[in-house]
Design a binder for this molecule. Structure first.
Ligand SMILES: Nc1ncnc2c1ncn2[C@@H]1O[C@H](COP(=O)(O)OP(=O)(O)OP(=O)(O)O)[C@@H](O)[C@H]1O
Ligand code: SF4
Ligand SMILES: [Mg+2]
Length: 389
Protein backbone atom coordinates (compact mmCIF):
# COMPACT_ATOMS: atom_id res chain seq x y z
CA UNK A 1 0.00 0.00 0.00
CA UNK A 2 1.42 3.40 -0.86
CA UNK A 3 1.82 6.11 1.80
CA UNK A 4 -1.00 8.31 0.56
CA UNK A 5 -3.45 5.45 0.38
CA UNK A 6 -2.49 4.29 3.85
CA UNK A 7 -2.83 7.78 5.25
CA UNK A 8 -6.13 8.29 3.44
CA UNK A 9 -7.46 5.09 4.96
CA UNK A 10 -6.51 6.29 8.41
CA UNK A 11 -8.17 9.65 7.79
CA UNK A 12 -11.23 7.91 6.48
CA UNK A 13 -11.25 5.78 9.58
CA UNK A 14 -11.30 8.94 11.68
CA UNK A 15 -14.20 10.50 9.85
CA UNK A 16 -16.04 7.23 9.86
CA UNK A 17 -15.31 6.68 13.51
CA UNK A 18 -18.56 4.75 13.84
CA UNK A 19 -17.31 1.99 11.61
CA UNK A 20 -14.24 1.65 13.77
CA UNK A 21 -16.14 1.93 16.97
CA UNK A 22 -18.98 -0.29 15.84
CA UNK A 23 -18.88 -3.33 18.06
CA UNK A 24 -15.91 -1.89 19.91
CA UNK A 25 -16.43 -2.35 23.58
CA UNK A 26 -14.85 -2.99 26.90
CA UNK A 27 -12.34 -5.73 27.40
CA UNK A 28 -14.87 -8.45 28.15
CA UNK A 29 -16.78 -7.86 24.92
CA UNK A 30 -13.47 -7.71 23.12
CA UNK A 31 -12.51 -11.08 24.48
CA UNK A 32 -15.87 -12.53 23.49
CA UNK A 33 -15.09 -11.12 20.08
CA UNK A 34 -11.97 -13.24 20.04
CA UNK A 35 -14.19 -16.28 19.83
CA UNK A 36 -15.85 -14.76 16.75
CA UNK A 37 -12.54 -14.39 15.02
CA UNK A 38 -12.04 -10.70 15.85
CA UNK A 39 -8.55 -9.62 16.81
CA UNK A 40 -7.24 -7.26 19.45
CA UNK A 41 -6.87 -3.58 18.63
CA UNK A 42 -3.20 -3.77 19.57
CA UNK A 43 -0.92 -6.81 19.68
CA UNK A 44 2.51 -6.40 21.18
CA UNK A 45 4.71 -9.45 20.82
CA UNK A 46 8.18 -9.95 22.27
CA UNK A 47 9.02 -6.26 22.11
CA UNK A 48 12.68 -5.52 22.78
CA UNK A 49 14.24 -2.07 22.88
CA UNK A 50 17.94 -1.47 23.36
CA UNK A 51 19.84 1.79 23.55
CA UNK A 52 23.49 1.56 22.54
CA UNK A 53 25.73 3.45 24.98
CA UNK A 54 29.54 3.57 25.35
CA UNK A 55 29.19 1.19 28.32
CA UNK A 56 27.07 -1.30 26.34
CA UNK A 57 23.47 -1.70 25.21
CA UNK A 58 20.80 -0.72 27.75
CA UNK A 59 18.04 -3.36 27.56
CA UNK A 60 15.22 -0.98 28.42
CA UNK A 61 12.46 -3.32 27.24
CA UNK A 62 13.21 -7.02 27.16
CA UNK A 63 10.50 -9.21 25.67
CA UNK A 64 7.22 -7.44 26.46
CA UNK A 65 4.02 -9.01 25.10
CA UNK A 66 0.38 -8.09 25.61
CA UNK A 67 -2.88 -7.66 23.74
CA UNK A 68 -5.24 -4.72 24.06
CA UNK A 69 -8.86 -5.07 23.00
CA UNK A 70 -11.10 -2.25 21.76
CA UNK A 71 -12.33 -0.29 24.75
CA UNK A 72 -9.99 -2.05 27.19
CA UNK A 73 -8.01 -0.21 29.85
CA UNK A 74 -4.62 -1.71 30.64
CA UNK A 75 -2.52 -0.42 33.52
CA UNK A 76 1.26 -0.65 33.15
CA UNK A 77 2.78 -0.35 36.59
CA UNK A 78 6.33 -0.45 37.90
CA UNK A 79 9.12 1.43 39.63
CA UNK A 80 11.12 4.15 37.98
CA UNK A 81 13.30 2.78 35.16
CA UNK A 82 11.26 -0.40 34.64
CA UNK A 83 10.61 0.39 30.98
CA UNK A 84 7.07 1.78 31.06
CA UNK A 85 7.72 4.97 29.08
CA UNK A 86 10.06 3.29 26.60
CA UNK A 87 7.28 0.78 25.88
CA UNK A 88 4.80 3.64 25.37
CA UNK A 89 7.21 5.65 23.24
CA UNK A 90 7.83 2.62 21.05
CA UNK A 91 4.09 2.33 20.39
CA UNK A 92 3.99 6.06 19.60
CA UNK A 93 7.05 5.87 17.33
CA UNK A 94 8.79 8.42 19.55
CA UNK A 95 12.08 6.69 20.28
CA UNK A 96 15.43 8.28 19.41
CA UNK A 97 16.84 7.08 16.09
CA UNK A 98 19.64 5.24 17.87
CA UNK A 99 17.21 2.86 19.62
CA UNK A 100 17.20 -0.72 18.34
CA UNK A 101 13.73 -2.23 18.30
CA UNK A 102 12.77 -5.87 17.78
CA UNK A 103 9.46 -7.68 18.06
CA UNK A 104 6.03 -6.96 16.65
CA UNK A 105 3.52 -4.20 17.29
CA UNK A 106 0.32 -4.68 15.31
CA UNK A 107 -2.61 -2.24 15.27
CA UNK A 108 -5.67 -3.97 13.83
CA UNK A 109 -3.22 -6.35 12.29
CA UNK A 110 -1.15 -3.59 10.67
CA UNK A 111 2.53 -3.37 11.56
CA UNK A 112 2.94 -0.05 13.35
CA UNK A 113 6.62 0.24 12.45
CA UNK A 114 5.76 -0.29 8.80
CA UNK A 115 3.17 2.51 9.11
CA UNK A 116 5.91 4.75 10.49
CA UNK A 117 8.33 3.80 7.73
CA UNK A 118 5.61 4.55 5.17
CA UNK A 119 5.13 8.02 6.67
CA UNK A 120 1.56 7.51 7.91
CA UNK A 121 1.66 10.79 9.83
CA UNK A 122 -2.04 10.85 10.72
CA UNK A 123 -1.92 7.50 12.48
CA UNK A 124 -0.46 9.06 15.63
CA UNK A 125 -3.04 11.71 16.39
CA UNK A 126 -6.07 10.08 14.86
CA UNK A 127 -5.86 6.43 15.91
CA UNK A 128 -3.39 6.50 18.79
CA UNK A 129 -2.41 9.48 20.95
CA UNK A 130 -0.50 10.04 24.15
CA UNK A 131 -0.76 12.24 27.23
CA UNK A 132 2.62 12.93 28.81
CA UNK A 133 3.45 13.37 32.46
CA UNK A 134 4.40 17.01 32.26
CA UNK A 135 1.83 19.15 30.38
CA UNK A 136 4.46 21.77 29.58
CA UNK A 137 6.29 19.28 27.33
CA UNK A 138 3.14 19.02 25.16
CA UNK A 139 2.05 22.68 25.18
CA UNK A 140 3.63 25.53 23.30
CA UNK A 141 4.06 28.35 25.86
CA UNK A 142 3.64 31.12 23.27
CA UNK A 143 0.43 29.87 21.65
CA UNK A 144 -3.12 30.18 22.96
CA UNK A 145 -4.46 26.82 24.08
CA UNK A 146 -7.45 26.95 21.73
CA UNK A 147 -5.12 27.49 18.75
CA UNK A 148 -3.05 24.51 19.82
CA UNK A 149 -6.03 22.16 19.94
CA UNK A 150 -7.39 23.64 16.68
CA UNK A 151 -4.06 22.97 14.99
CA UNK A 152 -4.39 19.25 15.62
CA UNK A 153 -7.93 19.26 14.21
CA UNK A 154 -6.89 21.20 11.13
CA UNK A 155 -3.80 19.09 10.49
CA UNK A 156 -5.29 15.64 11.02
CA UNK A 157 -8.93 16.14 10.03
CA UNK A 158 -8.66 19.03 7.57
CA UNK A 159 -11.12 21.28 9.45
CA UNK A 160 -11.35 25.00 8.72
CA UNK A 161 -9.91 27.41 11.32
CA UNK A 162 -13.38 28.48 12.47
CA UNK A 163 -14.66 24.91 12.79
CA UNK A 164 -11.54 23.84 14.62
CA UNK A 165 -11.66 26.72 17.12
CA UNK A 166 -15.33 26.05 17.87
CA UNK A 167 -14.55 22.39 18.42
CA UNK A 168 -11.57 23.31 20.61
CA UNK A 169 -13.90 25.24 22.93
CA UNK A 170 -16.31 22.32 22.94
CA UNK A 171 -13.46 19.95 23.87
CA UNK A 172 -12.35 22.21 26.71
CA UNK A 173 -15.88 22.02 28.05
CA UNK A 174 -15.89 18.22 27.72
CA UNK A 175 -12.75 17.94 29.85
CA UNK A 176 -14.38 20.04 32.56
CA UNK A 177 -12.70 23.40 32.01
CA UNK A 178 -15.03 26.18 33.18
CA UNK A 179 -15.78 29.05 30.75
CA UNK A 180 -14.29 27.21 27.77
CA UNK A 181 -15.10 30.01 25.31
CA UNK A 182 -12.84 32.34 27.32
CA UNK A 183 -10.13 29.75 28.02
CA UNK A 184 -9.48 29.04 24.32
CA UNK A 185 -7.93 32.51 24.14
CA UNK A 186 -5.56 31.97 27.08
CA UNK A 187 -1.90 30.97 27.14
CA UNK A 188 -0.72 27.89 29.08
CA UNK A 189 0.94 30.02 31.79
CA UNK A 190 -2.44 31.60 32.57
CA UNK A 191 -3.83 28.20 33.63
CA UNK A 192 -3.21 26.14 36.78
CA UNK A 193 -1.31 22.83 36.51
CA UNK A 194 -4.58 20.87 36.72
CA UNK A 195 -6.23 22.94 33.94
CA UNK A 196 -3.12 22.64 31.76
CA UNK A 197 -3.25 18.87 32.09
CA UNK A 198 -6.95 18.99 31.09
CA UNK A 199 -5.95 20.97 27.99
CA UNK A 200 -3.39 18.30 27.14
CA UNK A 201 -6.04 15.61 27.56
CA UNK A 202 -8.39 17.63 25.29
CA UNK A 203 -5.61 17.86 22.69
CA UNK A 204 -4.97 14.13 22.83
CA UNK A 205 -8.68 13.39 22.46
CA UNK A 206 -9.36 16.00 19.76
CA UNK A 207 -9.41 13.57 16.82
CA UNK A 208 -11.30 10.88 18.74
CA UNK A 209 -8.47 8.35 18.98
CA UNK A 210 -9.34 4.73 19.57
CA UNK A 211 -6.33 4.28 21.82
CA UNK A 212 -5.06 6.76 24.38
CA UNK A 213 -1.75 6.19 26.12
CA UNK A 214 -1.58 8.15 29.36
CA UNK A 215 1.96 8.12 30.76
CA UNK A 216 1.83 9.19 34.41
CA UNK A 217 -0.82 11.77 33.47
CA UNK A 218 -1.26 12.98 37.03
CA UNK A 219 2.21 12.99 38.55
CA UNK A 220 2.65 16.74 38.24
CA UNK A 221 -0.52 17.60 40.18
CA UNK A 222 -1.69 17.29 43.79
CA UNK A 223 -3.77 14.39 45.08
CA UNK A 224 -7.18 16.06 44.74
CA UNK A 225 -6.53 17.18 41.17
CA UNK A 226 -5.10 13.73 40.46
CA UNK A 227 -8.41 12.12 41.41
CA UNK A 228 -10.40 14.58 39.26
CA UNK A 229 -8.19 13.92 36.24
CA UNK A 230 -8.33 10.15 36.64
CA UNK A 231 -12.13 10.32 37.00
CA UNK A 232 -12.23 12.44 33.86
CA UNK A 233 -10.18 9.91 31.89
CA UNK A 234 -12.48 7.16 33.13
CA UNK A 235 -15.57 9.03 32.04
CA UNK A 236 -14.22 9.96 28.62
CA UNK A 237 -13.00 6.45 28.00
CA UNK A 238 -16.43 5.03 28.78
CA UNK A 239 -18.24 7.68 26.69
CA UNK A 240 -16.00 7.12 23.69
CA UNK A 241 -15.42 3.37 24.13
CA UNK A 242 -11.76 4.18 23.79
CA UNK A 243 -8.96 1.80 24.72
CA UNK A 244 -6.41 3.17 27.16
CA UNK A 245 -2.98 2.28 28.45
CA UNK A 246 -2.60 3.95 31.83
CA UNK A 247 1.03 4.09 32.93
CA UNK A 248 1.74 4.69 36.59
CA UNK A 249 4.27 3.84 39.29
CA UNK A 250 1.35 3.71 41.73
CA UNK A 251 -0.47 0.40 41.75
CA UNK A 252 -3.32 2.10 43.64
CA UNK A 253 -4.06 4.30 40.61
CA UNK A 254 -4.68 1.23 38.45
CA UNK A 255 -7.12 -0.27 40.94
CA UNK A 256 -10.74 0.28 39.91
CA UNK A 257 -9.70 2.17 36.78
CA UNK A 258 -8.30 -0.57 34.57
CA UNK A 259 -9.49 -3.92 33.27
CA UNK A 260 -6.04 -5.51 33.39
CA UNK A 261 -2.69 -4.69 34.90
CA UNK A 262 0.80 -5.49 33.64
CA UNK A 263 3.50 -5.15 36.29
CA UNK A 264 6.90 -4.30 34.82
CA UNK A 265 10.27 -4.88 36.40
CA UNK A 266 13.66 -4.36 34.74
CA UNK A 267 12.21 -4.19 31.23
CA UNK A 268 9.93 -7.21 31.54
CA UNK A 269 6.31 -7.86 32.44
CA UNK A 270 6.58 -10.02 35.57
CA UNK A 271 2.85 -10.29 36.31
CA UNK A 272 -0.19 -9.79 34.08
CA UNK A 273 -3.76 -10.28 35.21
CA UNK A 274 -7.19 -8.80 35.21
CA UNK A 275 -7.18 -6.06 37.80
CA UNK A 276 -9.58 -7.73 40.22
CA UNK A 277 -7.58 -11.00 40.27
CA UNK A 278 -4.32 -9.10 40.61
CA UNK A 279 -5.42 -7.31 43.74
CA UNK A 280 -7.18 -10.36 45.18
CA UNK A 281 -4.36 -12.83 44.49
CA UNK A 282 -1.15 -11.12 43.52
CA UNK A 283 1.49 -13.75 42.93
CA UNK A 284 4.73 -12.02 42.09
CA UNK A 285 6.75 -10.92 45.14
CA UNK A 286 7.58 -7.69 43.31
CA UNK A 287 3.88 -6.85 42.86
CA UNK A 288 3.35 -7.55 46.53
CA UNK A 289 6.31 -5.34 47.49
CA UNK A 290 5.14 -2.63 45.11
CA UNK A 291 1.71 -2.49 46.70
CA UNK A 292 3.28 -2.14 50.14
CA UNK A 293 5.68 0.54 49.00
CA UNK A 294 3.41 3.10 47.42
CA UNK A 295 1.82 6.17 48.89
CA UNK A 296 -1.94 5.64 48.66
CA UNK A 297 -4.09 7.95 46.56
CA UNK A 298 -6.63 7.88 49.42
CA UNK A 299 -3.95 8.79 51.96
CA UNK A 300 -3.33 12.52 51.64
CA UNK A 301 -0.19 12.29 53.79
CA UNK A 302 1.57 10.64 50.81
CA UNK A 303 3.64 8.41 53.15
CA UNK A 304 5.62 5.59 51.61
CA UNK A 305 4.50 2.62 53.61
CA UNK A 306 7.25 0.06 53.23
CA UNK A 307 9.84 0.96 50.59
CA UNK A 308 11.34 -1.90 48.54
CA UNK A 309 14.93 -2.32 49.67
CA UNK A 310 17.80 -2.54 47.16
CA UNK A 311 17.88 -1.40 43.56
CA UNK A 312 16.81 -2.82 40.21
CA UNK A 313 19.59 -4.57 38.25
CA UNK A 314 21.86 -2.86 35.77
CA UNK A 315 20.07 -3.05 32.42
CA UNK A 316 23.35 -3.08 30.48
CA UNK A 317 24.24 -6.61 31.47
CA UNK A 318 21.26 -7.99 33.36
CA UNK A 319 21.80 -11.25 35.27
CA UNK A 320 20.61 -14.51 33.70
CA UNK A 321 18.45 -15.27 36.70
CA UNK A 322 15.41 -13.74 38.30
CA UNK A 323 16.16 -10.04 38.16
CA UNK A 324 14.31 -9.48 41.45
CA UNK A 325 16.27 -12.09 43.44
CA UNK A 326 18.53 -9.61 45.27
CA UNK A 327 15.47 -7.87 46.69
CA UNK A 328 13.07 -10.78 47.07
CA UNK A 329 12.29 -12.24 50.47
CA UNK A 330 11.11 -15.49 48.78
CA UNK A 331 14.26 -16.11 46.67
CA UNK A 332 15.67 -19.66 46.66
CA UNK A 333 18.68 -21.20 44.89
CA UNK A 334 16.69 -22.05 41.75
CA UNK A 335 15.91 -18.33 41.35
CA UNK A 336 19.63 -17.69 40.84
CA UNK A 337 20.05 -20.30 38.11
CA UNK A 338 17.74 -19.09 35.30
CA UNK A 339 15.19 -16.46 34.39
CA UNK A 340 11.86 -17.86 35.64
CA UNK A 341 9.34 -18.75 32.97
CA UNK A 342 6.38 -16.40 32.43
CA UNK A 343 3.46 -18.74 32.92
CA UNK A 344 0.20 -18.99 34.75
CA UNK A 345 -2.15 -21.51 36.16
CA UNK A 346 -5.12 -19.29 36.72
CA UNK A 347 -6.74 -18.31 33.43
CA UNK A 348 -5.21 -15.13 32.07
CA UNK A 349 -3.29 -14.50 35.27
CA UNK A 350 0.38 -14.99 34.42
CA UNK A 351 3.56 -14.29 36.33
CA UNK A 352 7.23 -15.21 36.29
CA UNK A 353 8.09 -16.59 39.70
CA UNK A 354 9.32 -19.92 41.07
CA UNK A 355 7.86 -19.40 44.55
CA UNK A 356 4.76 -17.26 44.10
CA UNK A 357 3.34 -15.28 46.99
CA UNK A 358 0.15 -16.68 48.50
CA UNK A 359 0.94 -20.28 47.43
CA UNK A 360 2.33 -23.28 49.34
CA UNK A 361 5.66 -22.93 47.51
CA UNK A 362 5.81 -19.26 48.39
CA UNK A 363 4.97 -19.81 52.03
CA UNK A 364 7.58 -22.58 52.30
CA UNK A 365 10.23 -20.38 50.66
CA UNK A 366 9.47 -17.46 52.93
CA UNK A 367 9.50 -19.63 56.07
CA UNK A 368 12.84 -21.18 55.04
CA UNK A 369 14.39 -17.76 54.44
CA UNK A 370 13.09 -16.43 57.71
CA UNK A 371 14.57 -19.42 59.54
CA UNK A 372 17.91 -18.86 57.77
CA UNK A 373 17.81 -15.10 58.35
CA UNK A 374 18.55 -14.38 54.69
CA UNK A 375 17.38 -15.23 51.21
CA UNK A 376 19.39 -17.29 48.69
CA UNK A 377 20.97 -14.11 47.26
CA UNK A 378 22.11 -12.95 50.70
CA UNK A 379 19.35 -10.42 51.45
CA UNK A 380 18.96 -10.06 55.20
CA UNK A 381 15.44 -11.03 56.21
CA UNK A 382 15.54 -8.69 59.18
CA UNK A 383 15.12 -5.88 56.65
CA UNK A 384 11.91 -7.37 55.32
CA UNK A 385 8.45 -7.75 56.80
CA UNK A 386 7.66 -10.87 58.79
CA UNK A 387 4.13 -11.53 57.67
CA UNK A 388 3.45 -14.64 55.52
CA UNK A 389 0.45 -14.56 53.18
N1 LIG B 1 17.55 7.34 25.27
C1 LIG B 1 17.97 6.47 26.20
N2 LIG B 1 19.25 6.05 26.23
C2 LIG B 1 19.69 5.16 27.15
N3 LIG B 1 18.89 4.62 28.10
C3 LIG B 1 17.61 5.02 28.12
C4 LIG B 1 17.07 5.96 27.19
N4 LIG B 1 15.75 6.15 27.46
C5 LIG B 1 15.48 5.36 28.52
N5 LIG B 1 16.58 4.69 28.91
C6 LIG B 1 16.66 3.74 30.02
O1 LIG B 1 15.67 2.76 29.84
C7 LIG B 1 15.17 2.34 31.10
C8 LIG B 1 13.68 2.42 31.10
O2 LIG B 1 13.30 3.81 31.07
P1 LIG B 1 11.81 4.29 31.12
O3 LIG B 1 11.83 5.75 30.86
O4 LIG B 1 10.97 3.45 30.24
O5 LIG B 1 11.42 4.00 32.63
P2 LIG B 1 10.02 4.25 33.33
O6 LIG B 1 9.52 2.91 33.79
O7 LIG B 1 9.13 5.03 32.46
O8 LIG B 1 10.46 5.09 34.61
P3 LIG B 1 9.78 6.39 35.31
O9 LIG B 1 8.74 5.81 36.25
O10 LIG B 1 10.91 7.02 36.02
O11 LIG B 1 9.19 7.25 34.24
C9 LIG B 1 15.85 3.20 32.16
O12 LIG B 1 16.93 2.49 32.69
C10 LIG B 1 16.34 4.38 31.36
O13 LIG B 1 17.49 4.93 31.95
S1 SF4 C 1 10.75 -16.12 44.39
FE1 SF4 C 1 12.45 -16.34 43.00
S2 SF4 C 1 11.54 -16.22 40.98
FE2 SF4 C 1 10.04 -15.40 42.41
S3 SF4 C 1 10.43 -13.19 42.35
FE3 SF4 C 1 11.58 -14.09 44.08
S4 SF4 C 1 13.58 -14.44 43.24
FE4 SF4 C 1 12.23 -14.16 41.53
MG1 LIG D 1 8.33 6.94 32.56
Amino acid sequence: MNDRLMDAQIREGASRGDRYREGASRADRGREGAGRGDRPLLEVHDLRVRFPTPAGAVRAVDGVSFDLWPGQALGIVGESGSGKSVTARTLMNLLPRTARVDGDVLYEGRDVRALAAAGAKHFWGVEMTMVFQDPMTSLNPVKKVGEQIAEALRYHLGQSRGEALAEAADLLGQVGIPEPARRVGQYPHELSGGLRQRVVIAMALACRPRLLIADEPTTAVDVTVQKHLLDLLDRLRAEREMAMILITHDLGVAKGRTDDVAVMYAGRIVELADTVSLFADMRHPYTEALLRSIPRIDDPSGHRLDPIGGRPPDLIDPPRRCSFADRCRYAQRDCLEAVPEFAGLEGLHRFSCNHPAGTERGRAALAANQAAGRNAAGLSMTETREEIR
